[in-house]
Ligand binder design. Structure first.
Ligand code: PGA
Length: 242
C-alpha cells in the first residue's frame, strides 16, 4: 500500500488522476471500477477536463460501479446511476451501454446481485476507485461484512444514512435503508486500486485502514493485503499518519 498525503482536496484529486491516467492511456479498453460520493467528484472533473483536452478516450472502456440504493428510482437525482451520469458519463465519450451500476430495483435482488458478481468476474477491473466511509466501509460493505463476500444487499448503518442525509434534504428518513454493493472479494479482485479520503471525518478510518490490524471491523483494512493500492488523502484525512 502506497500512501500519498496531498495538502487539500484539489491536490488529492490531481494526484489520483495522475496515477489513474497511466492505466487510461496504456489500456484503451480498460475496465474502470467507479465510486460515488463527494470524494471522487474532483477526480471525475480531472477526467472530464483531460478528455476535453483530447488526451484520453473512453469509447472502448467499460465501467462497473460499486453500489446503488435499493428502491430509489433510477431517475431520482440521488440514485447512483443519476450521480454517475451527471458527474461523469454525460461529459465523456464512454458508451452508456458499457456503464454498469447495480440494479436496486430488480424484482429478485439476490439474482441481480449474483449476475453483477458474474459480470464483474468476467470483466476484471483494471483500476478501482474507492472512497472510504467514516466507519471504514468501502462500497457499502459496512463493518462486519465478510472478506469473502460478493455482490449483496446490505442494510445501511444508521451512521452511514446520517452521513448521506445531506443529499436528501438532511432528512435521514428519506435516505434508503438498503443498498446493493459489490462485495469485498469483488473489490479485492481489481488489478489496481486508488482510494481517496478527504476531510477530518475520515481521519480515524484512514488510520485504521493503514495502521490498524486487518479486520472486518474496518473493511478497508483488507487493502493492506492487496498488491497494488494507492491511498491519496488530503491533510485532514491523513492526520494520524504523520
Ligand atoms: P463520501 O462517501 O465520498 O461522500 O464521503 C465515501 C463513502 O462513504 O464511501
Amino acid at each position: 500500500m502506497i500512501v500519498i498525503q496531498a495538502k487539500d482536496y484539489d491536490e488529492m484529486s490531481k494526484k489520483a488522476y495522475e496515477s489513474m491516467k497511466i492505466v487510461l492511456t496504456e489500456k484503451p479498453d480498460a475496465v474502470l471500477g467507479l465510486a460515488t460520493g463527494s470524494t471522487p467528484i474532483g477526480l471525475y472533473k480531472e477526467m472530464i477536463a483531460d478528455y476535453k483536452a483530447g488526451a484520453v478516450s473512453y469509447k472502448k472502456m467499460t465501467s462497473i460501479n460499486l453500489d446503488e440504493y435499493v428502491g430509489l428510482p433510477v431517475e431520482h437525482p440521488e440514485s447512483y446511476r443519476s450521480f454517475m451520469n451527471r458527474n461523469l458519463f454525460d461529459h465523456i465519450d464512454i458508451v452508456k451501454e458499457n456503464t454498469h451500476v447495480p440494479d436496486g430495483l430488480a424484482a429478485d435482488l439476490k439474482l441481480a446481485a449474483d449476475e453483477y458478481t458474474a459480470f464483474a468476474a468476467a470483466h476484471p477491473i483494471d483500476i478501482q476507485i474507492l472512497g472510504i466511509g467514516a466507519n471504514g466501509h468501502i462500497g457499502f460493505n459496512e463493518p462486519g461484512t465478510p472478506f469473502d463476500s460478493h455482490t449483496h444487499v446490505v442494510e445501511l448503518k444508521e451512521g452511514t444514512r446520517r452521513d448521506n442525509a445531506r443529499f436528501f434534504d438532511n432528512d435521514i428518513d428519506l435516505v434508503p435503508t438498503h443498498a446493493v454493493t459489490l462485495g469485498m472479494a469483488d473489490i479485492m479482485n481489481a488489478k489496481a486500486i486508488i482510494l481517496l479520503a478527504s476531510g477530518a471525518g475520515k481521519a480515524e478510518a484512514v488510520r485504521d485502514m493503514v495502521l490498524g490490524p486487518v479486520s472486518e471491523n474496518c473493511p478497508a483494512s483488507i487493502l493492506q493485503t492487496h498488491p497494488n493500492v494507492l491511498v491519496v488523502t488530503d491533510e485532514a484525512a491523513g492526520y494520524y499518519l504523520n
